[in-house]
Design a protein around this ligand. Structure first.
Ligand SMILES: [Zn+2]
Length: 123
């Protein structure tokens, strides 16, 4: 297990097969990120919570709903060009975030009545 390059959560990293990192994070979901963007995140956004939250949310939404603009191929690596578009997106309002949280938990729930930690729903 390694750290997710987007959110820092413990994530599975797949063996490198190209110029990108391929990870499966309990919070973000599965994604591929270009080596260039990985370096940009490390150097320019080490503690930029908003940019990383937007990126994590974008990946989650792509994985859950398959309705992400600017990306037609689910397996496409996230690159710096796409990251610029993601950063420019508005953070969703509270009703949409609450709805996404419920969708996220419902899709992961294995049984009715299963308890979850609202402060860390990825667990
Ligand atoms: Zn993550």
């Amino acid at each position: 297990m390694t750290e997710c390059v987007i959110c820092g959560e413990r994530a599975k990293t797949f063996p490198r097969t190209g110029y990108y990192t391929h990870q499966d994070c309990p919070r973000c979901g599965e994604f591929k990120i270009s080596g260039t963007l990985e370096v940009i995140l490390q150097k320019n956004y080490p503690k930029d919570h908003e940019a990383r939250t937007k990126l994590s949310g974008w990946v989650r939404k792509r994985n859950m709903f398959g309705e992400v603009p600017h990306c037609s191929d689910k397996d496409e690596a996230i690159n710096s060009y796409l990251f610029d578009k993601i950063k420019a997106m508005l953070i969703p309002g509270i009703p949409e975030r609450a709805s996404r949280l419920l969708e996220f938990k419902v899709r992961r729930q294995k049984s009715i009545g299963q308890v979850f930690n609202r402060d860390n729903p990825a667990l």
